[in-house]
Design a protein around this ligand. Sequence first.
Ligand code: HEC
Ligand code: HEC
Length: 357
Amino acid sequence: MLLHGPNYPPDTVAGFSQRGSSLFSLLFWILGLIVFVSPFLRDPAQPTPSTVEDTGRLASEIDIPFREEAGYFQEDYEVDLLTPLQEASEAWFGFDGERLAASGLIERERLEPGQRAYVAFCSGCHGIEGDGGGPAARHLEPRPRNFRSGIFKFTSTDTGTAPTRKDIFQTITRGLSGASMPDFRLLSEETRWDLVEYVRYLAIRGSFEQLALQFAWDEEELPDLEETADIILGRWSPQAARPVYPATPEPPMTEETVARGKEIFASSSGGSCSSCHGEGGRGDGPAAADFLDDWGYPIVPRDLTTGVFRAGSESADLYRSIVTGINGTPMPAYGGSIDPEDIWCIVHFIQSLKEKE
Ligand code: HEC
Ligand code: HEC
């Protein structure tokens, strides 16, 4: 009989009649089922509770789900923000939005296949709406990215600017070592480009809504949504997000380059890297405690001795992280303050730290 749990075969449970036992195990299974599936049943259109006790979904006060925050705004100022915002969002950033098409920022024909692949492979962690709140998110450290802030960490572009398509493609293809973000190199290249487009779409649309909400709080009224859209479109324009290339080619790694790198790594006129990463690069510098990232979650400087780097461990990857910094985290950008030759030396020093297994 299907409804009986394996531990309660009807004939062996003393004290229950056959019928009482069936009823008992039926109730038992229904209760179990409810407890198990309830976290997945939430209507995505409903506000999501934000406390850890409710769902374990969020640990941060900054990373509040958009609809919930819009709800607070409405309560405080009695201004309906959500309806006009959703309409504007749909008109400009919906799949068929004319603004989006005219902007040239998104290849629209990739959105539908991109969405299908996203729902299948990514939403479990990143959430259907891209807010980083998928059902698996609560178990993960670091958290899956909330794309709706528009902030990407591992980019080849100047600090604080949007990523290139290739940056996102690389993240999807290679995954992020040391974090739970898997690599998706088994998906066809076409599908990965579709996903890039859909992630851009979630980020552009999400950051429009977030910025409008921020303006609404600042101005205590409905902001000019046209202006808000222009700001976001500008941020994502190809002119704003240009990749940074090494200014000089990598020199061969020698004892001298490693020694020079070590010196700059520790010097306060150089990188002061050691203040966060520690002299030996173990992530235990004096300034390392109590950092939060831009989403409000605790973050620690990386242990550089493991040889595992999220954005890749090739010289060019490390060079890029040092020059452009890591957006949304305390890791600064050094492109303007350390000479390219010296940055290569730091790269060699970091590579020399890798401990043999
Ligand atoms: C098992 C959970 C998981 C799955 C599945 C997953 N990701 Fe991630 N992803 C993460 C985590 C965790 C991070 C954040 C890592 C960090 O902050 O260092 C992340 C970060 C990212 C980033 C941000 C990189 C940056 O520069 O900030 C992108 C883009 C991304 N994922 C895309 C995807 C796509 C597309 C898929 C589906 C094809 C996907 N992810 C599936 C966990 C996941
Ligand atoms: C204010 C603190 C701080 C300073 C100063 C700092 N970092 Fe970092 N660094 C961080 C944090 C925090 C992370 C982790 C970011 C993350 O988890 O995504 C990090 C990550 C890194 C990574 C890992 C990149 C990857 O792909 O995983 C490298 C490499 C790195 N830092 C090198 C440096 C170097 C070299 C310097 C000096 C030129 C430096 N850092 C200075 C805080 C700092």
